[in-house]
Design a protein around this ligand. Sequence first.
Ligand SMILES: O=P(O)(O)OC[C@H]1O[C@H](O)[C@H](O)[C@@H](O)[C@@H]1O
Length: 428
Amino acid sequence: MYVDLGNALDAEPRLTREALDRLDERVADAHDRIARGREHADHGYAALNLPDTVDPDAIRASVADFDDPAAVLTVGIGGSALGAATLAEALGADLAHYILDNVDPAHVRSLLDSLPLADTVVHVVSRSGTTAETLANFLVVREAMDRAGVDWTDRTLVTTGEDGNLRRLADRHDLPALDVPAGVPGRFSALSTVALPVAALGGADLDELLAGARAEADRLSGSLFDAPAYAYGAACYALERRGAGVNAVMPYAESLEFFAEWFAQLWAESLGKDAVGQTPARALGATDQHSQLQLYRAGPRDKLVTLVRPRERPDVPIPETDLDGLSYLGGGSLAALLDAEFEATEASLAAARCPNIRIEVDRIDERGVGELLYGMEAACVCYGELAGVETFTQPAVEWGKRAARGLLGGGDFPEAEAVGEKRRLLVE
Ligand SMILES: O=P(O)(O)OC[C@H]1O[C@H](O)[C@H](O)[C@@H](O)[C@@H]1O
């Protein structure tokens, strides 16, 4: 992964090269803490060991019996869905991958009506094994398969923790079940049993994916100037402290659209604590040049824009045309056009002194995606160390989960009482 910080310097909010040099001493300390955490496989830090601790053979074996399914359905939410979505979109070009994360009944019904259930593999994922949305959706999927005369126990793979309702369900029906690795929070689990089965079903080379992640791990060092992941994490932290409370992540690749969503959870849930944090915004180049870019360039000076692209991509030629005014396009190619748009956006932000950072991988292939996901995770951990937050917890999310569970009669949760204390000012 390549990280270019040039346009992040001396913009507005203002980060100087000298400030980065000073921050580098703290990055060295952060790196020591991260290295120690990895060595002891402490909670969260263990995620950065995944390229070495995950067993790709076991993952390949877990999907080997599902030969060539027409579709794969991931039932999970948050970190238990977005990693699979990211990998499937980036690498599984021929894989028909669907996600059931939300419990919007209209969506669930229409998706189940359209899926070839007899030929669909269902991967149910929940680290805790208790998440209401995931368990409810799975019960609905099971029943839909039953009604369609499909033996769902033959079509289901589970990934979950040691105990919890999903583990009990898997045991009761003797379903194939993979373990969520110990010490790895959901949003850091893409390179594990949580998302790799879908990548394997899509024909991705898991060894290369992990090799990409390992290459990025090997670049972690005590200086942000030698470690692309730390360069990104530290620059984001420094810019946020100076007023860039928003980080708009804009990949110039359609197959990285889910990556931006995955990143949003990683950044928001890990770093949004103690009145600290950087709000992730999702954009897509070149599409959002024609919508959101206006705000990024000319709106409040509270933003960093992260531009992401592969250095090489497959191409499509643009046919020649004799239409005046279009001749500059004819004979060119879509990749050249997209790259020109990328360069132009970067330059337009720089000219307006809006801080932006360029992140590149060689290609959107297993190696590139492994580098990118691992690099962003390490960047996030580095940011968390510098900010002094508990990167690996999500108490605000848990609060809401308990309130919802209490409301549904799933136990005695005092958080549910807040529902009665809400204020209203209804205008009809
Ligand atoms: O994997 P699960 O236990 O079902 O959790 C799924 C998601 O639930 C919560 O909302 C957590 O805050 C997320 O970090 C997690 O990814």
